[in-house]
Every structure is written in C-alpha cells, then in structure tokens.
Design a protein around this ligand. Structure first.
Ligand code: AMP
Length: 279
C-alpha cells in the first residue's frame, strides 16, 4: 500500500494510472477503522482496479468542537488494518493540506441538509459536501463507496453529484453490524459495558419496525418504536422517523416507492445513528 499526504502528488499518480486504463474506487473515511469500513474496501476491490481510501477527520463537519477534539485517531492501527485489506493507496492529508484560511462553501441542498441529522447538527452536511468535493477533485474516482449506515449522507452526496454534474458513480454498501445487531461505528468505543447493552435498543427498534411493517400503519409503527425506546433507561431519543427513501421527508402513508426508518439517540455522551430500509 502506498501512502500519500499531499493532494498534488496523489492526483498526478492517479492520473497516470487512469491513462493506462485503470478504474479507481474511492472510500473516504475519518479513520478509527472497523469492519464496516473494511466492507467498503472489499466492495471497491470487487468493482475497480485501484482502491483508494482516505483518512481525514474533517473539522468543517463537526458542530461540537469537543467532539472534534475527542474523535478517535488510532492511525497506526488503521494503517495496519489497511495493509491487511484490499487497499492500494491511503490518502492521509493534514488540515492545512485540505483547507486554506477563510474558505467559504455553500451548496443549496434544499431541505436535505435541514432535516433529521441536518436539524440537530446544522452545517454538518455543508462540511461533508465541502470535503467530499475536495477529495473527489483530487482522486477523480470512477466509483465512490459509502455506507448505508449514514443514509442521509449518501442522499446529500448524491444530490451534490447531481447538482455539480460530477463524473462519479456512487455505490451504497450495506450496514455491517455486530453479532447482536449494533451497527458498527467508530463511536462505539466510547460506550461503557452498560451503555453498550442499552445501545441495542436502536437496532432492535428498527428490526421490530421492519418485522411489523405489514401489520401496522405508519403512525402506529412510529409510536410502537418510540414507546419501546422510551421505556428503556439511559436513552435520550433524538428522532425516530419513517421517511421517503429518496427525499427523506417524513411520510404518513406507505405510498412512496422506497421507505426508510431512521433513528438517532444519545446514550450518555455518545450519539448513535442507525437506519433500516423498509421498502
Ligand atoms: P466515517 O469514517 O464514520 O466517516 O465513515 C466512512 C464510511 O464508512 C461512510 O461511508 C460510512 O457510511 C461507512 N460506514 C460507517 N459505519 C459503517 C457500517 N457499520 N457499515 C457499513 N459502512 C459503514
């Protein structure tokens, strides 16, 4: 695996590879890698000739400075994991490489960055689109791989790709879960033993909603899930919504072509998100 820390060198290197007919698959991450990230690398390796992974804890997408400061950065461990995975190139820039002072970025994402995660973390998706656009400009991938785990993020990036007419195909990869159902996340390491058990309420509420989908209407499905969550100790539910899978607007009927249930909750100081595709 080759490691690049500057965009210009990586860009030159990949341009030469592309000229020889190689296709490029790209997986942007913030590190603290787990099997969810590794599944994206495997997907990329099965579809493209060269797999490029980036690790960059992007300051502009954090709404809480403490969260940014405390975000795990086990870089040595991450490099070892990538060396054992189908990763050809790691891009590991620092903040000064990615941002110059006083930069502004604003893209009109309509309602998509104002609902669900966007409502609770204002500006988050502006930061996400800002960094993903910069990374796409450097890597110029044929395909970019993202997890369903961050469903809204996928929709936001798809919208940016449409608006800016970027020449990249986005692939959504399934959520990788622990054997007991908890969605893998870099933030799971913050959970104590008790909180780790309490956290199971998220995936269980989603699985229950999917299994009850044919039996109940939307408002009943929502109240069943919310009631099941609220009787549990230690969980502060931020939202549980059933939304149109494309617009992410909350629905009141099962009419839309695709439906997804999305949940966000705090367990003590740890914020977790999860989702399930219902239709
Ligand atoms: P992050 O490092 O959290 O920014 O995530 C980088 C990429 O990994 C994003 O596309 C995430 O959606 C994806 N990802 C995170 N957790 C999982 C998971 N449990 N299963 C599949 N993909 C994931």
């Amino acid at each position: 695996m080759e490691i690049f820390t500057t965009g210009a060198l990586l860009s030159d290197y990949l341009k030469k590879k592309k000229n020889t007919g190689k296709t490029i698959g790209f997986i942007p991450t913030m590190g603290a890698l787990h099997d969810g990230h590794l599944s994206l690398l495997k997907n990329a390796a099965s579809k493209t000739d060269l797999v490029v992974c980036s690790i960059f804890v992007n300051p502009t997408q954090f709404t809480d400075p403490k969260d940014l400061e405390n975000y795990p950065r086990p870089i040595e461990k991450d490099i070892r994991k990538l060396e054992d995975s189908p990763c050809d190139i790691l891009f590991l820039p620092d903040v000064a490489e990615m941002y110059s002072k006083g930069e502004v970025w604003q893209i009109d994402l309509g309602d998509l960055d104002k609902i669900l995660e966007g409502k609770i973390r204002p500006g988050h998706y502006q930061g996400v689109t800002q960094i993903v656009k910069k990374l796409f400009d450097i890597v110029k991938p044929d395909y970019a791989f993202f997890g369903q785990k961050d469903y809204q993020q996928f929709m936001v990036i798809s919208k940016m790709v449409d608006i800016l007419k970027l020449d990249v195909k986005l692939i959504m990869c399934s959520i990788i879960r622990e054997p007991d159902g908890l969605a893998m996340s870099s933030r799971n390491i913050y959970l104590s033993k008790t909180e780790r058990i309490q956290a199971l309420v998220l995936s269980r509420a989603l699985i229950r909603t999917k299994s009850e989908f044919d039996q109940y209407d939307i408002s009943e499905l929502k109240s069943n899930a919310v009631n099941a969550i609220n009787i549990r100790e230690g969980i502060q539910l931020e939202y549980f919504e059933i939304c149109d899978g494309e617009t992410l607007m909350p629905v009141s009927s099962k009419q839309p072509k695709s439906l997804v249930a999305l949940i966000a909750a705090r367990i003590s100081h740890t914020r977790l998100i999860d989702n399930i595709i219902l239709k």
